[in-house]
Design a protein around this ligand. Structure first.
Ligand code: SAM
Length: 221
């Protein structure tokens, strides 16, 4: 691990996360441990700790560090949970979740990204993340129930299959809105149904699938 990267991680945690109100010390420590530079294309390694999303190919992005931290904080993970990560992308958020929970299942619709993320996760010491290829808007029924579900792509509404795969007291975070702007929404399963709380404004790439937006036919390269 390079000393520059370690220094950049500390600066990211202090300058981007703590300063913006992330308070969960487990989340801050996890973000300080995961080598984000290994999850971005090699030509962008120097930009890995910038305060924003970066392209990862196939028209997709690795999310802004603050968004990853905010989603993890909302999930309030204690360490023993099973988590579903919808939209593997680079695998970075899955690695952060693996630092915070016992069991992480991550699903990506674009096979080339899923393959690359699987290899990156294994090389970075997160081989136990179960990376699947498929439509994550339908969840991963054979690994349900989940204690927490993080949807890392924008959905017009909460994909109906996901709450059905949540255990008691489980939580879902999802960017809900249009293709161009969303609000990060937290849903918590209670005995009387789902309790909803809106949080920050955000902008994610679209969730494409049965419980998301229609495929607009853009080439995946
Ligand atoms: N969390 C990722 C990371 O750390 O790199 C970034 C996720 S990126 C913002 C959103 C990802 O969701 C893209 O890789 C996209 O291909 C994927 N995606 C979109 N619709 C999906 C679906 N229905 N099922 C699974 N993945 C989907």
């Amino acid at each position: 691990m390079s000393r520059d990267a370690a220094r950049a991680r500390v600066a990211m945690v202090e300058g981007q996360l703590r300063r913006r109100g992330i308070r969960d010390e487990r989340v801050l420590a996890a973000m300080e441990r995961v080598p984000r530079e290994r999850f971005v294309p090699a030509v962008l390694a120097r930009d890995a700790y910038d305060d924003g999303a970066l392209p990862i190919g196939a028209g997709q992005t690795i999310s802004q560090p603050y968004m990853v931290a905010a989603m993890c904080e909302l999930l309030a993970l204690q360490g023993g949970e099973r988590v579903l990560d919808v939209g593997t992308g680079s695998g970075y958020a899955a690695a952060v979740l693996a630092e915070l929970a016992a069991d992480v299942v991550s699903i990506e619709r674009i096979p080339v990204l899923a393959e690359r993320a699987r290899a990156t996760l294994a090389a970075a010491g997160y081989a136990r993340v179960d990376v699947r290829v498929g439509d994550g808007s339908l969840g991963v029924a054979d690994r349900a129930p989940f204690d927490a579900i993080a949807v890392a792509a924008a959905a017009p509404d909460v994909p109906p299959a996901l709450p059905a795969q949540l255990g008691p007291g489980g939580r879902i975070v999802v960017p809900r809105g249009t293709r161009w702007s969303q609000q990060l929404v937290l849903l918590t399963a209670s005995r009387t149904g789902l309790v909803e709380r809106g949080t920050v404004a955000c902008r994610f790439v679209p969730l494409v699938g049965a419980g998301g937006f229609e495929d607009d036919g853009e080439p995946l390269s």
